[in-house]
Design a protein around this ligand. Structure first.
Ligand code: PGA
Length: 253
């Protein structure tokens, strides 16, 4: 069990609508959790979500941000716009952004820099593809992503969060076993200690993502280096997501 306050983030991806925003708000109204909970709806619903969840302990986050702050970049949304819409955090470098929209580690680095400058907590997503796991190069892949995304970034007193999401586990129903996830999480923490310092590694939450549901939450959260969860599909059912949040809260000893 981790010593950090667990963080559970819902990633709705390109799903949901105002009805789902309202269902989430109603389901979580008046509840308290030992875990911190955040929801990342599509950008068009961020502001509605921000207001709808006033009576809940939920935080709001973006699923993506621009690597530019302003200018002629049609279709982009800047970090300061996310902040203005009430966001506390932002996912950066989700594997779908990398695979489908060709986002690079360098893009992630620029986004992280902007997010840190503006006080928006970056949640950097990393993880290996199936072929890479089968070729036994998971550690190399994860280290390269970490080093390139964080190169030149001084964390100082700023907080960053890492989400380890093995690509083969995302949306497939095939979650990593708690042991497999723990092994990579411990490795990531070790690498953070190497890149920064032991205190930075200890205070940086490392979330697991990839087919998380209410049946695997408790076992995942028992692992020493799993500090929280990034939940896709299962977060679209607000009652299911509530169960995940309750189970993650119950993991706090
Ligand atoms: P999943 O997605 O829970 O549907 O596997 C997780 C994610 O992509 O963040």
């Amino acid at each position: 069990m981790s010593s950090l306050t667990p963080l559970v983030i819902a990633n709705w991806k390109l799903n949901g609508n105002l009805d789902l925003v309202n269902a989430l708000a109603t389901t979580f109204a008046g509840k308290t959790f030992a875990a911190q909970i955040a929801v990342c709806p599509p950008a068009i619903y961020l502001r509605d979500t921000h207001f709808a969840i006033e009576e809940t302990p939920l935080l709001v986050g973006g699923q993506n941000c621009s690597r530019y702050e302003s200018g002629a970049f049609t279709g982009e949304i800047s970090v300061s716009m996310l902040k203005g819409a009430g966001c506390d955090l932002c996912l950066i470098g989700h594997s779908e952004r990398r695979a489908i929209f060709s986002e690079t580690n360098q893009d992630c680095r620029e986004k992280i820099k902007l997010a840190l400058q503006q006080g928006l907590k970056p949640v950097l997503c990393i993880g290996e593809q199936l072929a890479e796991r089968e070729a036994n190069i998971t550690q190399e892949v994860v280290v390269t992503q970490l080093r390139e995304c964080l190169q030149g970034i001084d964390l100082g007193s700023s907080e960053i969060c890492i989400a380890y999401e093995p690509v083969w586990a995302i949306g497939t129903g095939l979650a990593a076993t708690p042991e497999m996830a723990q092994e990579v999480h411990a490795f990531i923490r070790q690498e953070l200690a190497h890149l920064y310092s032991s205190p930075v590694a200890q205070r940086t939450p490392i979330l697991y993502g990839g087919s998380v549901n209410k049946n695997n939450t408790a076992e995942l959260m028992k692992q020493l280096d799993i500090d929280g969860l990034l939940v896709g599909g299962a977060s679209l059912d607000v009652t299911h997501f509530l169960s995940i949040c309750e189970l993650a809260s119950a993991s706090v000893g």
